[in-house]
Design a protein around this ligand. Structure first.
Ligand SMILES: Nc1ncnc2c1ncn2[C@@H]1O[C@H](COP(=O)(O)OP(=O)(O)OP(=O)(O)O)[C@@H](O)[C@H]1O
Ligand SMILES: O=P(O)(O)OC[C@H]1O[C@H](OP(=O)(O)OP(=O)(O)O)[C@H](O)[C@@H]1O
Ligand SMILES: [Mg+2]
Length: 281
């Protein structure tokens, strides 16, 4: 059985489980369940702490896992990113009280609090900077107020927590993170991993694309399909009225309205948009 590690708690857990369900896998009903078998799909799920997932995958005891890119890099484990999953997006940033520290070079010799010491130390080293890293489990933003650090490096999503602690980000983002599917560095891509990846990709495509149908005068078909080129190529079918054709193409969800405006301008009518429930590219 193909073994997959899934986050059991935190920001990654619920969206990961939802995505796996949409990909057709069984998921646990009781949050205390640690292992779940899905014999129909020949897979076994292990619900583990998000921070530990890269360690298990890197050791090869599980075949794949879902974790954050930031957690993967901080783990130093022998695991690699296989597919970005488009949820739990965040940036990882330096922050300090306003006007106190303005650049990465100014961190030299300061006390820096973080839950991601490897990620931060590697980044500082790449810039020739060393700091006194204070490793904390969470609520890192309070470290400056409480006097154990001069700067922090932490996950920023909306920025609300930082602002509440009277801190401001400075310098470029250390990392742009999101949930990722990971696999052991050493292993070859097996058919189990390939199936999992295709299923997750299918969920991503169904989330990110819609199906667009419209009618267009035959002499405008070329202009219309330049607007909606589809993935491979759009379907163009004749209509009973020979002067018109029907076109069907997948288009990115976030461009739907602009494309409908452009299609209308070239003469397309009866433009319909429908969601994609599932998809295999
Ligand atoms: N607002 C957020 N807060 C924390 N982590 C976030 C947020 N948005 C996305 N993430 C991502 O979630 C992962 C951290 O998950 P983890 O479960 O370790 O922490 P958490 O969601 O803060 O939960 P906990 O309550 O255990 O601290 C990282 O990959 C991080 O980038
Ligand atoms: O930019 P924001 O939207 O405010 O989110 C980012 C904050 O959320 C997380 O903290 P969490 O609530 O998980 O507490 P923790 O620090 O104890 O993990 C993270 O560590 C940041 O502190
Ligand atoms: Mg947290």
């Amino acid at each position: 059985m193909f073994r997959i590690a899934v986050p059991n708690k935190g920001s990654l857990s619920e969206p990961a489980v939802t995505m796996l369900k949409e990909a057709g896998y069984r998921q646990r009903r009781d949050p205390r369940e640690l292992v779940l078998q899905d014999p129909d799909n020949d897979v076994e799920f292990f619900f583990l702490r998000p921070r530990d997932i890269a360690v298990y995958v890197g050791s090869g005891t599980v075949d794949a896992g879902i974790t954050g890119r930031d957690l993967l890099l901080d783990s130093g484990a022998d695991a690699v990113e296989h597919l970005p999953l488009g949820f739990a997006g965040s940036t990882f940033r330096f922050a300090a009280p306003p006007a106190r520290v303005g650049s990465i070079e100014q961190i030299q010799g300061l006390r820096l609090a973080t839950s991601y010491p490897v990620l931060v130390t590697d980044h500082l080293a790449a810039h020739g900077v060393t700091a006194k890293v204070v490793r904390l489990d969470g609520a890192v933003e309070s470290a400056v107020q409480l006097g154990i650090a001069d700067v922090v490096a932490d996950v920023v999503s909306t920025g609300t927590t930082l602002r509440g602690a009277g801190l401001e980000v400075f310098g470029d983002p250390i990392l742009v993170s999101e949930a990722v599917l990971i696999r052991p560095r050493a292993s070859e891509v097996t058919s189990g991993l390939d199936t999992l990846m295709r299923r997750l990709q299918g969920v991503l495509v169904a989330q990110q694309y819609v199906l667009m149908d419209y009618d267009v005068p035959v002499d405008q078909v070329d202009r219309a399909i330049a607007i909606t080129p589809g993935l491979e190529s759009p379907t163009v079918s004749p209509l009973h009225n020979r002067d018109w054709a029907a076109v069907r193409a997948m288009v990115p969800r976030d461009q739907t309205n602009r494309m409908m405006d452009d299609l209308y301008d070239v003469g397309a009518r009866a433009i319909l948009v429908t969601s994609i429930h599932a998809c295999r590219l």
